[in-house]
Write a protein that binds this ligand. Structure first.
Ligand code: ADP
Ligand code: ADP
Length: 237
């Protein structure tokens, strides 16, 4: 059973750009799905729709067999779908711990004061459990502005996963990483998958896609141009 089914997804942006012309996509539990295609193929658009950041012009989405209509990214997050964008959204002068616990930081000053040290101790223990389970180390008490891009990306990932994420969407996640950080990211992704999570790995680099994925879906000009089985996690149809 797929965790997510997207059916006949179309997207035309307000300026008339046709980004998607009828895409079908399934995402299974415990698979790493590569979404491959040239710049402008529609990869980000498709995943922004799945994660509730933008709305499709037409099409249907099912999560665990039930039709959903996300009216915000929070709706999607509540259904276990999170997207880590290429642009970082962390609040620079807060620590990793504060960023993960507080989320957007919208009105965070107020929230920060309302949270007790106990809330933070509880959060810290949960985050430490999650990071050790996934083999991801992050400094929790340093303001994120002084961390490397790789470390900031991990914090974004942990922030998403700490909200119970089942499908983690990574948009061109290796762009700003050193080779060492790329292999750490790949190890983490494999662990998350072993624990039943699904990962959508958006990329235009075929070599990386072949290395890490179980299955690749190729998008071209807003449509699915082909599929390729590259691992053993995805059930045959
Ligand atoms: P990819 O992720 O494969 O590079 P995108 O989904 O970013 O592709 O873009 C698909 C098409 O939609 C491109 O032609 C792009 O220029 C266009 N596009 C993306 N975002 C917008 C937007 N906000 N407004 C208008 N056109 C957009
Ligand atoms: P708040 O936005 O009120 O802080 P939370 O504490 O639940 O809400 O934090 C949710 C965090 O996750 C926010 O930082 C928000 O930007 C981010 N977020 C919301 N929806 C998504 C999504 N679909 N994928 C990834 N991150 C999301």
């Amino acid at each position: 059973e797929p965790y997510v089914v997207m059916k006949d997804i179309h997207k035309t942006y307000p300026d008339g750009t046709v980004a998607l012309r009828g895409v079908d996509l399934e995402i299974y539990p415990g698979e790493i799905l590569g979404l491959l295609g040239e710049n402008g193929a529609g990869k980000s658009t498709l995943m922004k729709i799945l994660s509730g950041f933008i709305k499709p012009t037409k099409g249907e989405i099912y999560v665990e067999g039930k039709r959903v209509k996300f009216s915000s990214s929070r709706d999607a997050l509540a259904r276990g779908i999170a997207m880590v964008h290429q642009v970082f959204t962390l609040v620079p002068n807060m620590t990793a711990l504060e960023n993960i616990i507080l989320g957007t930081g919208k009105g965070s000053e107020g929230v920060l004061q309302a949270l007790t040290p106990l809330d933070f101790d509880f959060g810290r223990r949960q985050i430490e459990e999650l990071t050790s389970k996934l083999g991801l180390k992050i400094p929790l008490d340093t303001p994120v502005e002084s961390l490397s891009l790789g470390e900031r990306q991990r914090i974004e990932i942990i922030k998403a996963l700490s909200r119970g994420t089942k499908v983690l969407i990574l948009d061109e996640p290796t762009t700003f990483l050193t080779p060492m950080e790329v292999s750490e990211l790949f190890n983490f992704v494999k662990r998350f998958k072993e624990q039943g999570g699904s990962v959508v790995f958006i990329t235009h680099k075929i070599k990386e896609a072949l290395e890490i994925t179980d299955r690749i879906v190729v998008l071209r000009k807003g449509a699915v141009a082909g599929q390729l089985k590259t691992g053993d996690a995805t059930p045959e149809k």
